[in-house]
Design a protein around this ligand. Structure first.
Ligand SMILES: CCCCCCCCCC/C=C\CCCCC/C=C/C(=O)SCCNC(=O)CCNC(=O)[C@H](O)C(C)(C)COP(=O)(O)OP(=O)(O)OC[C@H]1O[C@@H](n2cnc3c(N)ncnc32)[C@H](O)[C@@H]1OP(=O)(O)O
Ligand SMILES: Cc1cc2nc3c(=O)[nH]c(=O)nc-3n(C[C@H](O)[C@H](O)[C@H](O)COP(=O)(O)OP(=O)(O)OC[C@H]3O[C@@H](n4cnc5c(N)ncnc54)[C@H](O)[C@@H]3O)c2cc1C
Length: 558
């Protein structure tokens, strides 16, 4: 859970080679990387810039006389900073640097760079590399810094699957300006399943513990109740169980789309790139945020013992919450999706609704009202309505500011909170729709029934959470919201008997969970005592600090 120093080798280094190195280059590098003869990382972020890639400062200047690129770190802010596995483990890196050829700045490009000697593992001359120090979590990963002092690499170390620099310095452009961002798009495509998994771990711990923990009464005179029987506890945990399933289903879809994109790009078709970028930008942001919230609620649902490291939930939280920042800070990525939404609105206004992609076609179709009692399809229409309403409002705000003479960037900034709201609603609609589609496809009737209950819980919870938007223009009445509330409580109670099975079905082993509270056998109290006794402070009855500090204090006459 704390991460693995080679994680980025598999998660980004190899995928970057697969997607961006030419077949010829990969004959040399890929097999070696796959056999782990070389260990790599993905070095893009710098001390001064992470979000705004166009301002990366590391330069790769082409020297036509030697046919080499000269990598250089011009100032302190240009140091690579954060890449996982860079500090101590990797001897190679895919380095993203601003490429300069014949004095022309050609923007960020990826290069394979050797950092350390393959035998001694010592850093090479011209390279400064090290670890950035302890972090909130992920402390088994050596996130690192890296500087170049006019460090030379062969021309052929530019990853040349999509763009090239010929020996004479002629630049051959890629088919899409952002094709070099593919390693990030890949991780973002996988993040919904990854985060769903983190949320699932925390929920397994909290739900199991909530059936062991007995405290208080619902009806007087009987045995104290399992805390999972409290409606508040169910409300804290069950909607997140639904989300963990929903994120996993949505993630399967984005992974499939990414694989499709890879194949299409290889045949020169880059048309899916904008759609997938917009989709994964929104999804990664919403999923990481809701996962962090869900894990924190799971921790609190375990009361005092949730705060102990014996719960292990704090470590899961630390790792998961990193996802709000890595692969694009969430606000920045929500605004990337917002660009796509605003463009869609502009297309509709220009009478080109027919050109809209399937995920945004609903923005052009108005619905007057819904009959929620008819079922999930009506909820989908309600989600579409709130997303459409907010997307149009935010877009109109931006477009009006533009029309009034504001500069594009200023108008954008003044509309940005509203735009991020639109992106979230659009993404939550997507999650609900993929959840619905996935449940409809389940063949086993008993499984389908339980998952359908979770789906109903999800749509009621989500609609209630978006109620402000739905009430704003009178789309939903307050009596409809009362119906949603009643449904929500109905499904909390209905799911209760299946709650343990729903988390057990994720099949985490005790070794994976590392939680005293979440043990499969439920022997929480005995093991909490054993865990506490094993604490380093309990190795001796009297600590050295007693002689050193406590006694002088206690014996002092002052
Ligand atoms: C099986 C393995 C799976 C593994 C994943 C599992 C994860 C869970 C388990 C985790 C466990 C351990 C692993 C931990 C991993 C952590 C690793 C972390 C790595 C990193 O963080 S790497 C660094 C990531 N950095 C970023 O993400 C930076 C964010 N910034 C950007 O991406 C960009 O700067 C930008 C997109 C914000 C803006 O780019 P810019 O070039 O300035 O463009 P704009 O001017 O804004 O836009 C111009 C147009 O280009 C379009 N665009 C931008 N990007 C793309 C893209 N990628 N594809 C297509 N189109 C793109 C943009 O939309 C604009 O279009 P428009 O003009 O509007 O039409
Ligand atoms: C655990 C972890 C692992 C990482 N692994 C890697 C790795 O392997 N390789 C790698 O290269 N990098 C890695 N990173 C770096 C990571 O990708 C960046 O930190 C991330 O992209 C955010 O960029 P930043 O740090 O520049 O944030 P900043 O952009 O400085 O963000 C600070 C604030 O400014 C806001 N902001 C910035 N730009 C805008 C904008 N245009 N509009 C509105 N608000 C804005 C943000 O929303 C945020 O609130 C890792 C980071 C972490 C935490």
């Amino acid at each position: 859970m704390e991460g693995h120093p080679l994680a980025l080798h598999d998660v980004m280094f190899i995928p970057a080679l697969v997607a961006q190195a030419s077949d010829e280059q990969n004959k040399k590098w890929l097999r070696r990387a796959q056999r782990r003869e070389i260990v790599g990382c993905y070095a893009q972020t710098e001390l001064g810039h992470g979000s705004n890639l166009r301002k990366l400062e590391t330069t790769a200047t082409y020297d036509v006389s030697t046919q080499e690129f000269v990598l250089h770190t011009p100032q302190i802010t240009s140091l690579k900073w954060w890449p996982g596995g860079l500090g101590k483990s990797s001897n190679y890196a895919v380095v993203v640097a601003n490429m300069i050829v014949k004095e022309k700045h050609l923007g960020p490009h990826s290069f394979l760079v050797q950092l350390r000697d393959e035998i001694t593992h010592q850093s090479l001359k011209g390279i400064t590399v090290g670890d950035i120090g302890p972090k909130l979590s992920f402390n088994a990963i050596d996130n690192g810094f890296l500087g170049f002092d006019n460090y030379r690499i062969p021309r052929t170390n530019l990853l040349m699957r999509h763009s090239r620099v010929e020996p004479d310095g002629t630049y051959v452009k890629p088919p899409h300006a952002k094709i070099n961002y593919s390693a990030m798009v890949r991780v973002r495509s996988h993040m919904a399943t990854g985060q769903g998994n983190f949320l699932a771990q925390a929920l397994t711990i909290a739900v199991r513990y909530s059936t062991v923990r007995r405290q208080g009464f619902i009806e007087s005179g009987e045995q104290e109740v399992k805390v999972l029987d409290y409606q508040t506890q169910q409300h804290r945990l069950f909607p997140s169980i639904a989300k963990a399933y929903a994120f996993t289903f949505a993630g399967y879809e984005t992974i499939r789309l990414y694989e499709q994109l890879l194949k299409e790009v290889d045949t020169g078709n880059v048309s899916l790139m904008a759609d997938l970028h917009a989709l994964t930008s929104g999804l990664k942001s919403v999923v990481t945020h809701q996962t962090a919230q869900g894990i924190e609620q799971a921790r609190m649902a375990c009361g005092g013992h949730g705060y102990s490291q014996a719960s292990y939930i704090s470590e899961i939280f630390g790792v998961a919450v990193g996802g709000c920042t890595y692969e694009g800070e969430n606000m920045v990525m929500l605004l990337q999706l917002a660009r796509y939404l605003v463009k869609s609105v502009e297309q509709i206004k220009a009478g080109e609704s027919g050109k809209l992609g399937p995920l945004v076609a609903y923005l052009a179709v108005k619905v007057d009202g819904v009959d929620l009692e008819k079922g999930v399809e009506e909820y989908m229409k309600a989600f579409q309505h709130v997303s459409r309403l907010q997307t149009w409002k935010a877009s109109e705000k931006f477009l009006k500011l533009l029309k009034s003479g504001e500069k594009r960037e200023v108008a954008w900034n003044k509309s940005s909170v509203e735009l991020t709201r639109a992106s979230r609603l659009h993404t939550r609609l997507y999650i609900a729709e993929t959840f619905k589609r996935s449940v409809q496809e389940v063949a086993d009737p008993r499984l389908k029934e339980v998952l359908t209950d979770l789906l109903h819980l999800h749509v009621n919870y989500e609609l209630l959470d978006m109620a402000t938007y739905a009430l704003e223009d009178g789309f939903l009445s307050s009596s409809q919201l009362d119906y949603v509330r009643d449904q929500l409580y109905f499904y909390l109670a209905k799911i209760r008997p299946n709650a343990v099975s729903l988390v057990d079905s994720w099949e985490f082993s005790d070794m994976q969970l590392r939680s005293v509270l979440g043990r499969r056998d439920g022997n929480v109290y005995e093991n909490l005592v054993a865990w506490a006794k094993a604490s380093p402070l309990n190795k001796t009855d009297v600590l050295p600090s007693v002689e050193k500090y406590l006694k002088p204090m206690m014996n002092s006459k002052l």
